[in-house]
Design a protein around this ligand. Structure first.
Ligand code: KG4
Ligand code: ZN
Length: 338
């Protein structure tokens, strides 16, 4: 008989709910993005995020249950993001999810948000096999992980300051591109011309897999100040910034592949929606005779489907939450076990 897991994601500024079925995959999913709520502040306001999650969580749950043609009793487990993320936002999903499982007589399963991202490519037809290298690039994290199995994670390198997505967002803010900055900067970069500006590739001139992206926003600010700030110039700067981030990530991925000997690379998290990064890494993996795997674009950024799937994996492994409701705003991925 099929196992069905409802997944709830509320760690940041997206409310995502989905149902995963072990025989049919994702049956239904719904996403509410809080972009409008936070746009006027130019970034996520944690208190407003919690309030928006509270307004939407039950509504979206009802919607996905109906879309799937199911009832509460058909759900074997309710999985929710327990961390890392904003404490208030996490508490909404954890409290709602744990209580819903209790009411339905289902099990409750806690999910690590980054494990959700990491396993998202498993929802695609072409899936990676273990072991692989994972590049996790989101708004809060930039990690290179040696993945030997679910929960068997060794961090190979990480950003010592801003995450890649954070660098996109902060740079977009400096360039006054609006919020959310990452996708807008990427869009502007499409109109940019290669070769006009050359940005540094931070921490690539020394060995190791750690990264640093905070210097690039300062470099952008200085370049912008010394420029004519015309539309074309802005596009050229956006291009150079994106090229520097993508190039740096490619250099680090190449090293991680060499170091581990793995032939597969998984790229996930919000920045994995970036077309230039996707293309660059596909070319790189082709050159080394390997293969790259991504989630489809809608599962790159935060969503409920990845939480439902990771929750299903954890449920199958026997994980169960007690009735004590917990949220873990800080939760290093290598603390997970298999
Ligand atoms: O995974 P995600 O939705 O949320 C976190 O867990 O943080 O990632 C959001 C991040 C944001 O920083 C956003 O600007 C970035 O992903 N992002 C992009 C693109 N789409 C989303 N960055 C560059 N290019 C994109 N196309
Ligand atoms: Zn995320």
């Amino acid at each position: 008989m099929a196992t069905r897991v409802l997944g709830i994601e509320t760690s940041c500024d997206e409310t995502g709910i989905a149902i995963y079925d072990s025989e049919h995959g994702i049956l239904s999913h719904a996403l509410y993005s809080q972009t409008e709520t936070h746009a006027e502040y130019g970034g996520v306001v944690p208190e407003l995020a919690s309030r928006d999650h509270i307004r939407k969580t039950a509504l979206l749950t009802e919607q996905v249950i109906q879309q799937a043609g199911l009832k509460g009793q058909d759900i074997d487990a309710v999985a929710f993001t327990q961390g890392p993320g904003l404490i208030g936002a996490l508490l909404v999903g954890s409290t709602f999810g744990r209580s819903l499982a209790y009411a339905w007589g289902a099990e409750a399963v806690a999910v690590h948000h980054m494990e959700g991202h990491l396993l998202a490519p498993m929802l695609e037809e072409e899936k990676p096999d273990f072991p692989f290298v994972a590049l996790l690039v989101s708004g809060g994290h930039t990690l290179l992980v040696d993945v030997k199995g679910i929960g068997n994670y060794t961090i190979l390198g990480e950003s010592i300051d801003d995450a890649a997505g954070e660098a996109f967002d902060k740079t977009a803010k400096i360039m006054e591109l609006g919020y959310p900055g990452g996708p807008m900067l990427a869009k502007l970069a499409e109109k940019g011309r290669p070769g006009r500006y050359k940005f540094p590739r931070p921490m690539t001139d020394r060995p190791g897999l750690d990264m640093s992206f905070s210097g690039l926003k300062t470099f952008t600010a200085n370049t912008l100040r010394d420029s004519d700030q015309s539309e074309q110039t802005l596009a050229d700067i956006a291009f150079a910034f994106q090229e520097a981030v993508v190039d740096t990530l490619m250099i680090k991925c190449r090293r991680a592949i060499q170091q581990t000997g793995h032939k597969q690379l998984v790229v996930a998290g919000g920045v994995s929606a970036n077309v230039s990064l996707r293309d660059g890494l596909a070319t790189l993996m082709q050159k080394v005779g390997g293969k790259v795997f991504y989630p489809r674009p809608e599962y790159c950024t935060d969503n409920g489907a990845m939480i439902a799937y990771a929750g299903y994996c954890r449920f199958k492994m026997g994980e169960r939450e007690t009735l004590q409701i917990k949220a873990r705003p800080r939760w290093p991925i290598d603390e997970l076990t298999c």
